[in-house]
Ligand binder design. Structure first.
Ligand SMILES: Cc1cc2nc3c(=O)[nH]c(=O)nc-3n(C[C@H](O)[C@H](O)[C@H](O)COP(=O)(O)OP(=O)(O)OC[C@H]3O[C@@H](n4cnc5c(N)ncnc54)[C@H](O)[C@@H]3O)c2cc1C
Length: 315
């Protein structure tokens, strides 16, 4: 089977990009379609994770959804791809259904397994915000798979790649960028393997120092519950949950968060969940792997100290 993977590659290749490339290469011969200004030495890394070819549309511009759809469907035609794999991140959520519609392909959203091709083409996917799993069979000749980030650990496979520059006419952009605001340094939430998250139990924005101290000690990214971003204690890009970002880190530490169903919907795919809460009846404890019944203002400084000591003794 021929596979085509779409990734964003602005000067560096993200972990979720490597995941999708590795995943696709486990299905069949893999071509990557990307855009931007990445140089060949950056793109060569994709060969190590299973790609045999990279198609790149060189541009300094941020492409919008309709242009990306055109880019991917053109590449799918050029490579005669059977399966198109796109990471289910913010961009992927917007473009994968469009690509599937244009190619008249069946679409598996939220895939967490490789396809079972023993009897057709069936992929396991997360549904109902991760509360259930569904086996989705796709009968169309072309298939689009949106891969849930952090479902596969990319492994190096070695291998050379060829790189081809494209010069497609993707049409004019209908969106004018007026201002760009950086979300700051560090690993962005959807990519983060370690996340320290806090909620209304922290009482106010001035108390976030103890949350940030723990995050820095661990090398983690910070997140928050929705009310916390709604009232402006934390920026909106930190809001996780049903109406925020859905994440699947290896470690999610929830501090002073009750564990409402809408919050859990965005974090219950985390590999290990640690809950710190004063209320032993807080619903979050039911989803936790480890729980601390205690006051965040007492527990966090001690935990941060312990993490620092552990890190120092292991360096
Ligand atoms: C349509 C809809 C969509 C929603 N989407 C989202 C979403 O995407 N994400 C989201 O987060 N919410 C979402 N919500 C809101 C959600 O229902 C909850 O209201 C919200 O998650 C609660 O936030 P919280 O846990 O920070 O606050 P609270 O519910 O007020 O919980 C605070 C917790 O802190 C604990 N606590 C208090 N003091 C301390 C202390 N000193 N130390 C330790 N623990 C302490 C308390 O015991 C309590 O459990 C949505 C709601 C609706 C209706």
């Amino acid at each position: 089977m021929k596979t085509l993977v779409f990734i964003e590659s602005k000067n560096k290749i993200s972990k979720s990009a490597l995941e999708t490339v590795y995943y696709a290469s486990e299905i069949g011969e893999t071509t990557v379609i990307t855009y931007g200004n990445s140089d060949n030495s950056t793109l060569n890394m994709l060969g190590e994770y299973g790609a045999s070819k990279v198609l790149i549309q060189k541009t300094e511009n941020q492409l919008e959804d309709t242009q990306l759809t055109k880019l991917i469907t053109s590449a799918a035609d050029q490579t005669n791809a059977d399966v198109i794999v796109i990471s289910q991140d913010q961009v992927g959520k917007a473009i994968a259904p469009r690509v599937a519609a244009k190619l008249e392909a069946g679409h598996v959203s939220g895939a967490v397994s490789l396809p079972d091709t023993s009897n057709g083409f069936t992929v396991e996917s997360n549904v109902f915000s991760g509360k259930a799993k569904a086996n989705i069979s796709v009968n169309s000749s072309k298939k689009v798979i949106s891969l849930l980030p952090n479902s596969f650990s990319p492994k190096k496979k070695g291998g050379d790649i060829s790189i081809e520059e494209l010069n497609l006419d993707l049409g004019e952009t209908a969106i004018k960028i007026i201002e760009k605001k950086s979300q700051g340094e560090g690993v962005p939430l959807p990519e983060a393997e370690l996340v320290v998250s806090a909620g209304r139990g922290l009482k106010g924005p001035d108390n976030w120092g103890i949350v940030e101290d723990l995050a820095v000690a661990l090398g983690a990214t910070t997140a928050c519950s929705r009310p916390v971003s709604d009232i402006g204690w934390r920026p909106h890009h930190e809001h996780v949950g049903q109406t925020g970002i859905a994440i699947r880190p290896n470690l999610y530490i929830a501090i002073g968060i009750s564990g409402a169903i809408q919050h859990l919907a965005g974090v219950n795919g985390s590999k290990v969940i640690v809950v710190i809460n004063t209320d032993s009846e807080a619903p979050f404890f039911k989803a936790a792997d480890y729980g601390v019944i205690g006051d965040a203002f007492e527990v966090l400084p001690k935990l941060t100290e312990a993490v620092k000591k552990y890190m120092a003794s292991n360096n």
